[in-house]
Ligand binder design. Structure first.
Ligand SMILES: *Cc1c(COP(=O)(O)O)cnc(C)c1O
Length: 354
């Protein structure tokens, strides 16, 4: 990758790397030494910087805090056995970040700023990228409004930042989920397709209620009749019914997951029929009853694939078959993992070296 931008870099004088226990990485709690920061002012992106990770001052009146003018991304970098570091589909994250930015009246991030910021940050903190099986560097790019102004209108000024967290093997504890038939995560015409902060805050209470009932997360349904399935928690959702991979078609209320489209590509490569269409709760429950529902799983960057073990529907719990080595979800998970660590050829050019 070319160094087209010089990023002023202030290195930490107190690296925390020695305190890192690579065998005990809890998701999202440990941050690498540095972060990337760039401000948008006077209609332009200003000089980017890499600085030690740490707290910062913001106006208490900024409209990210008051009106939710804030967006984010989630992505990962992987280290191969030779020690090379590569990002998984970063251009797709940039494209989605800019789609979210447009939805929230925020400026677009230029490609070179995003890619150079990412790669220079990760190269500087290369020793923070874990290399044990299943581990990765989780990357959190995000942008928020910075005007000190309490009026309800889009901010003039913004800050775009990236920080990273080493993460270990994600233990895919089989999920207990239930259909949500009262609350909604998003509605058609809303901002559900954007990774906008407010979507997540609003989903916490319904999720907490389900967790109090013993479920891990919700199967969100459409906002008008709670009939059609949308997503599972903060993941997209897929089913294998009678040998076909079935997933809700994208809409303005569903987030266009990069794991989702990668898993669908893997299904296609394996010669499995893929159906992207409306999927009703009653169809899934009928398939469960007649034995054709073979698999259900969530797909997203954090877990890659999280098998669903139990589905709650109208007060009853239904158990799904346990995934085996021949399950599509297990095969797809192994294929994606091999591509990410360089053990399998990257036939779709998904990996970008930093
Ligand atoms: C981020 C996210 C996903 C998964 O997207 P990936 O690109 O696969 O990580 C799915 N649904 C929601 C609501 C999300 O926020």
């Amino acid at each position: 990758m070319l160094d087209t931008i010089t990023i002023r870099t202030q290195r930490t004088t107190a690296s925390r790397l020695q305190q890192l226990d690579p065998d005990r990485l809890e998701f999202g709690k440990v941050f690498s030494d540095h972060m990337f920061v760039v401000d948008y002012q006077d209609g332009e992106w200003q000089e980017p910087q890499i600085v030690p990770y740490g707290d910062m001052a913001v106006s208490p009146a900024n409209s990210a805090l008051h009106y939710g003018q804030a967006i984010f991304e989630g992505m990962k970098a992987y280290k191969n056995p030779q020690g090379d570091i590569a990002l998984f589909r970063p251009y797709d994250n940039l494209q989605r970040l800019n789609l979210s930015a447009e939805r929230m009246c925020m400026p677009a991030i230029p490609e070179e700023l995003f890619m150079q910021g990412l790669s220079q940050l990760i190269r500087l903190d290369a020793n923070w990228v874990p290399d044990s099986p299943g581990s990765a560097l989780y990357i959190r790019p995000f942008m928020f409004a910075t005007d000190g102004f309490i009026g309800v209108r889009p901010s003039d000024n913004y800050r775009f930042m990236i920080f990273t967290c080493p993460v270990g093997l994600y233990y895919n504890k089989p999920l207990r989920v239930r259909f949500e038939e009262k609350f909604v995560r998003s509605a058609e015409g809303g901002a559900g397709y954007a990774k906008a902060a407010g979507n997540y805050g609003a989903a916490m209470w319904p999720t907490k209620l389900a967790q109090q009932e013993g479920y891990h997360q919700l199967l969100w349904t459409d906002s008008s009749a709670h009939q059609f399935i949308e997503e599972s928690g903060t993941m997209n959702v897929m089913f294998v019914i009678d040998g076909r991979v079935v997933t809700p078609a994208l809409s303005t209320s569903i987030l266009d997951g990069i794991t989702r489209k990668s898993v669908l590509q893997v299904a296609h490569d394996l010669g499995m029929p893929v159906e992207e269409r409306k999927v009703s709760a009653t169809e899934i429950m009928a398939a469960q009853a007649n034995g054709t529902l073979q698999e259900a799983f969530g797909v997203g960057t954090a877990a890659t694939i999280a098998p669903i073990a139990v589905i709650g529907f109208q007060g009853q719990d239904y158990t799904l078959p346990a995934p085996s080595m021949t399950s599509f979800s297990q095969k797809a998970s192994a294929i994606l993992s091999a591509i990410r660590t360089g053990e399998a050829p990257d036939t779709h050019n998904w990996m970008v070296q930093v």
